[in-house]
Design a protein around this ligand. Structure first.
Ligand SMILES: Nc1ncnc2c1ncn2[C@@H]1O[C@H](COP(=O)(O)OP(=O)(O)OP(=O)(O)O)[C@@H](O)[C@H]1O
Ligand SMILES: [Mg+2]
Length: 255
């Protein structure tokens, strides 16, 4: 589904954010990426839709070269990728429904969307997406009147309405309390299991990764230092990801 081939990213100014990443992600995978701040997690996600262009190497999505795609092809590739953000990125003064409909923007003419003339089919997809995250009853509420967890569910619904093949979530629960974080994570997991959408989630914490993840990828200083099942992370692996300064018990809940 997604393949990284010798991917390097050096930002202008010389920061090396990714070093020789080789990685294969299968259709339907649910992957969690962990690493300290600055390890390169966001950069890695962004190379998948070419928001960050690798300095060398190539990223492929369903066999298509994302890194070197021309404008039109890149648009098509991006339409297959749903994004979920830490700060939700909703239009606060718009209703939940309108926010979700923006996920369908690439399928509707600009004039129609400005006038709010959304075709019935488009609305149906938006309602379906809201139903998937069980927040249908909030369709006509202003986004700003929802709690953080509800706003993130709208964020998920917006990404879903796009009918994506791949869902990228960059620290989707970093602004939420621990309980709400679990609710949001379980919706991401549900969507992955029920709809088969390949999902990649960046997280800071291993406890959530342990609860929800299958495959864990660890990054440190731009290098891939772990790739395996989250339940097989040894103390040595942990040290490779986080360094000596943190004990695994600090980040993994005792259960
Ligand atoms: N646009 C940019 N220009 C220059 N340097 C950047 C840019 N974006 C990120 N960096 C640098 O690249 C490195 C990796 O950053 P990245 O945002 O991918 O890390 P991260 O693992 O997502 O961190 P966090 O957990 O804090 O979100 C960091 O050193 C960061 O300062
Ligand atoms: Mg980040």
């Amino acid at each position: 589904m997604i393949k990284f081939e010798n991917v390097n990213v050096t930002y202008p100014g010389g920061v090396v954010a990714l070093k020789d990443i080789n990685l294969e992600i299968k259709e339907g995978d649910f992957i969690i990426i962990v690493g300290l701040s600055g390890a390169g997690k966001s950069t890695l996600l962004r190379t998948i839709n070419n928001l960050v262009k690798p300095s060398s190497g190539t990223v492929y999505l369903e066999g298509a070269d994302v890194t070197n795609a021309k404008k039109k092809e890149l648009k098509l590739i991006r339409s297959k990728i749903g994004m979920i953000f830490q700060t939700f990125n909703l239009v606060n003064r718009s209703t939940v429904l309108k926010n979700v409909l923006t996920g369908r923007l690439s399928n509707v003419s600009t004039i129609k969307s400005i006038l709010g003339l959304w075709p019935k089919d488009e609305k149906k997809l938006a309602f379906e997406a809201l139903n998937q995250v069980e927040i249908l009853e909030k369709a006509y509420v202003r986004a700003s009147n929802l709690s953080g967890g509800q706003q993130q569910r709208v964020g998920i619904a917006r990404a879903l309405s796009q009918k994506p093949k791949v869902m990228l979530a960059d620290e989707p629960v970093a602004s939420l309390d621990p309980i709400t974080s679990r609710v949001v994570m379980s919706y991401l997991k549900k969507i992955n299991t029920e709809l088969g959408i390949t999902t990649i989630v960046n997280l800071h914490f291993l406890d959530l990764a342990k609860e929800f993840g299958d495959r864990l990828i660890g990054l440190r200083d731009g290098k891939l230092v772990f790739d395996g099942n989250v339940n097989e992370v040894s103390d040595d692996d942990f040290e490779n990801i986080y360094g000596r300064s943190i004990k695994s018990s600090d980040l993994i809940g005792d259960d």
